[in-house]
Design a protein around this ligand. Structure first.
Ligand code: ADP
Ligand code: ASP
Ligand code: MG
Length: 407
């Protein structure tokens, strides 16, 4: 008998019909002799709807109250799924994050899981029940509801699988696995049979939202085997694992992209020691993440300093920089929200030279101007104008031999 954690995303519980289908799938796993813990998201669109309601009142709602609101989406689906299972004759119990309890830190809206007490889960399983846990939410030591950031139900599922030492963590979604790039952008994308934790971590953090980045961190740290599957069709899906298939390691395994980017340039600042700190210090003090950074060679002792931030932090970052620039005697501060980041990822890069050159050549052929570049051991990212996103992804997908054969 195996212990399986199954997670169903928003589309997979998007209607009563879909919830019934999930119940059937869970019952089939029980019939195969497995113990099952189910994690569900809110019905598709619900978290966005709640967010819009909050923002109608206040564009920056109080984080604690926002969590109290957003966590309700998952409370609906756990109860409905429990009812569906019970109605079909399967004993089941729904649990909110606080009822498990899944204890987190106090960083509302992006809380981190610190501890999971498996006692209640284990006794419910031992009593033959299917346990249904609300994804995306937890509780602080002092009893406040928290949420784990968008896509956080993935992390709930993997963290539960780690805490319970489950045999498998299955992530059911609306695509039948992890692809070489988002199949919604490139129809020739290919499903991967397996991908390493490392590569998936890069893909997720560079924008592939099929798994939340933190869920991959958890899976990697606790060696949880994760399989991404379709809840609509049967198939093998994609296994995320530590095993590298060295013999076949392609140069590039996937292309990721992110639209959640904005660029800020401080024009003509004096080029002297401490300038990067003077510019970026106040930005990081405001808890804004800086990503790609570029400092040009100086002319007449002046230089341009450019960096990217998440698009939702852009207004705040620009405001901070305007103040800083005046103090530093910079000529101007310019912002651009019409940019995106496109990245090629692959552990095979370690043993293959020339990936960057091929990437730049491919973009040059399409007349796409590269504004910024950043690299690490297993990825190369470029910042380009947003209007070239699809073109760049498709051109790179073809250039690195990722297109589905025969298409
Ligand atoms: P869920 O609601 O089930 O959590 P998400 O919308 O969060 O589903 O994630 C699934 C989506 O991720 C897919 O519909 C797909 O558009 C997108 N996606 C982005 N990159 C990839 C990729 N490399 N492989 C598969 N799906 C991807
Ligand atoms: N419902 C949350 C969201 O839409 C969490 C999740 O679906 O993973 O982000
Ligand atoms: Mg998701």
């Amino acid at each position: 008998m195996a212990l399986i954690v199954q997670k169903f995303g928003g589309t997979s519980v998007g209607s009563i019909e879909r919830i019934q289908a999930v119940a059937d799938r869970v019952i089939a796993s029980r019939a195969a002799g497995h113990e099952v813990v189910v994690v569900v998201s809110a019905m598709s669109g619900e978290t966005d709807r709640l967010l819009r309601l909050a923002k109608e009142i206040d564009p920056h709602p109080h984080p604690r109250e926002l969590d109290a609101l957003l966590s309700t989406g998952e409370q609906v689906t756990i109860a409905l799924l429990a009812m569906a299972l019970q109605h079909k004759g399967q004993s089941a119990v729904s649990l909110t994050g606080a009822q498990v309890p899944i204890e987190t830190d106090t960083a509302h809206n992006k809380a981190r899981i610190e501890r999971i007490d498996g006692t209640r889960l284990r006794s419910a399983l031992a009593a033959g029940q299917v346990v249904i846990v609300a994804g995306f939410q937890g509780v602080t030591a002092s009893g406040d509801i928290t949420t784990l950031g968008r896509g956080g139900s993935d992390t709930t599922a993997v963290a539960l699988a780690a805490a319970l030492q489950a045999d498998e963590c299955a992530i059911y979604t609306d695509v039948d696995g992890i692809y070489t790039t988002d199949p919604r952008i490139e129809s020739r994308a290919r499903r991967l049979d397996r991908i390493t934790y490392e590569e998936m971590l890069e893909m997720a953090s560079l924008g592939a939202k099929v798994l939340q980045t933190r869920s991959v961190e958890f899976a990697m740290n606790y060696r949880v085997p994760v399989r991404v599957l379709s809840s609509f069709t049967d198939g093998p899906g994609t296994l995320v694992t530590s095993e590298e298939n060295n013999m076949e390691a392609p140069r590039v395994s996937g292309i990721a992209f992110s639209r959640n980017e904005a660029k800020i340039t401080v024009v003509a600042v004096p080029d002297r020691p401490g300038i990067a700190h003077a510019i970026l210090g106040p930005v990081s003090a405001a808890n804004i993440n800086v990503d790609v950074i570029l400092q040009n060679v100086s002319e007449d002792g002046k230089t341009d300093f450019t960096f990217t931030v998440e698009r939702n932090d852009f207004d705040r970052a620009l405001q901070i920089l305007r103040g800083v620039a005046a103090e530093l005697g910079a000529a101007d501060v310019r912002g651009d929200t019409g940019i995106v980041k496109v990245s090629v990822v692959g552990v095979g890069m370690r043993s293959h030279a020339g990936i960057a050159a091929s990437m730049f050549e491919t973009l040059a052929k399409e007349n796409i101007n590269i504004q910024m570049i950043s690299t690490s051991e297993i990825k190369i990212s470029v910042v380009i104008a947003e209007k070239y996103l699809e073109l760049a992804v498709r051109a790179l997908h073809a250039a690195f031999g990722l297109d589905e054969v025969g298409s």
